[in-house]
Design a protein around this ligand. Structure first.
Ligand SMILES: NC(=O)c1ccc[n+]([C@@H]2O[C@H](COP(=O)([O-])OP(=O)(O)OC[C@H]3O[C@@H](n4cnc5c(N)ncnc54)[C@H](O)[C@@H]3O)[C@@H](O)[C@H]2O)c1
Length: 151
């Protein structure tokens, strides 16, 4: 089984852990939606107030309310500022403000995918770019990406 097939199997069985970096207007609803779909979600942020609010079951986004946060917690959603936990995620989705000088991911056991996230974020911060530019860059760095639905 290739790494891609293994990841797809984990996604289908809902055993994949989803990491979402940046819990703002994009990252928080995305986290809650993944949790609702049955995934364990770890949300990362540098804002301790947001982390504490979420882990206490409170939303800081007006139109979301507390109930979806509590529901997501029941599925295992948690927020953290400990970026060394990025390695627990099978998929890491970055939702930080752009351009961003540097994503704060310090991994205990750097893996290829973690380095890739750092490279993508650093490249975005340096050169900017839209979704198409990011896709082109990813295709060059990881050929399997070209086989995905966006390829
Ligand atoms: N909000 C929208 O409607 C919208 C639409 C399209 C695209 N986007 C893009 O999505 C991205 C996120 O936008 P948003 O509206 O969610 O922003 P936001 O400001 O609401 O949220 C960003 C979050 O990232 C956190 N953050 C900042 N630096 C971080 C770091 N180094 N590590 C971890 N977390 C960090 C912030 O504390 C904040 O909680 C941006 O690139 C934006 O351009 C947003």
């Amino acid at each position: 089984m290739t790494p891609k097939q293994a990841l797809l199997a984990k996604i289908k069985s809902r055993s994949a852990v989803i990491g979402i970096c940046g819990l703002g207007y994009v990252g928080l609803p995305l986290s809650l939606r993944f949790a609702q779909a049955g995934f364990r979600v770890i949300g990362f942020d540098i804002d301790r107030g947001k982390i504490e609010a979420l882990n206490a079951g409170h939303s800081y986004i007006g139109h979301i309310g507390d109930a979806p946060v509590a529901a997501a917690q029941a599925y295992g959603f948690e927020a953290t500022g400990d970026f060394t936990r990025a390695g627990e995620a099978d998929a890491l989705i970055v939702c930080v403000p752009t351009p961003h000088p540097k994503l704060r991911i310090a991994v205990a056991r750097p893996s290829e995918s973690e380095r890739l996230v750092e490279d993508v974020v650093e490249w975005l911060a340096r050169e900017g770019g839209d979704g198409d530019a990011v896709r082109e860059r990813l295709k060059r760095w990881i050929p399997e990406y070209a086989l995905g639905p966006q390829g």
